[in-house]
Design a protein around this ligand. Sequence first.
Ligand code: PMV
Ligand code: MG
Length: 370
Amino acid sequence: MITVAVPGKLYIVGEYAVLEPGSAAVLVGIDRQVRVRLTPVTSAGPVARTITTNRAPGRGVEFIRRGSGFEPSPATTADSAGLSHALAALAIVDRYAVESGCEPVGFALDIDSQLDDSATGRKYGLGSSGAVTVAVVRAAAQAYGLPLDPATELKLALLSVFSVDPYCSGGDVAASAHGGWVYYRTPDRAALTTALARHDQELGALIRRPWKHLAVRSLPPPRALSLEVGWVGSPANSSELVAAMKQSVRQHRSVYRQFVAASDRCVEHFATACRSGDDHAVEVALNTAGRLLRDLAAVSGTAIESPELSRLRCLAEELGAVAKSSGAGGGDCGIALIDPARAPILRQRWRAAGIEPLRLRVHKRKESIR
Ligand code: PMV
Ligand code: MG
């Protein structure tokens, strides 16, 4: 049996702007994980696969090899809808493996995500689709006996998520693949998905060539600041928020361009401050990133900092900390950077205000990818 565990993520700075090719964000991989277990299965008939998840225990979805792909067996078609990221990851790895001369393999795949609260089913917004994608790419490549270097794994996982949603930046994939504090610059997704759709193009060649803009680098964490995470109790749908932002940006093109430029500067300041161990500059950059998002929300009419996220931030600021929404906003989580000695009181105040402090730690990182 092959077992892999991949961390979830949290955005620190750079949200929304990182959707523009060449723009960057900073994220962290966290110590809540998606676990994938893969058991190879050989059968006399067509190659078959079963996928089970802890979201729908006991309701496995079966896929049978037909032509050059896999199709859900008719009895389970309806259940395959929630598996889009896992299926996209398998399709990419299959294509890559078959090109490398491998025969398709059959297996039973079990996906167990700890990123949501399993007891209550609450969604915290810790990036399960990116983590599932990385975990499935890693496990399936091992099933084929194909060793993936970190850059190849990252690119296969990015192509998988871009093929499901061309409007996601891939930041969650970078954080989940890499772990730790991560600086991520997004490639030109439109160019990549066009190249991917051309089946005459060898996937291996697309993976091997350098991708313009793409960068994933480890950052040292702030020296003496504690990263605190609060869940405001309402799940948010990032794709809907991103779609609403795209819509409203059409009327505010120059404001959006200015936002992206300012966000990029802020992300660079944040990264430089981490590298030089300047916690004060880290705080200034995080504060600026939050303000830029609030200004963007005000102009675009979208709700990035919900009233609950605003409360989370104000409670942190009252204790001298810096805080902001994390990710697309509208709900999910907010983050604060605070003197560790004051973290317990911040958690207490958040709890009193109905905000759940999440006891997350940053996941250990790998070496720089490129
Ligand atoms: O809400 P989250 O954690 O899924 O973050 C979304 C961040 C965006 O920049 C708004 C979108 C993206 O794909 O980067
Ligand atoms: Mg979110």
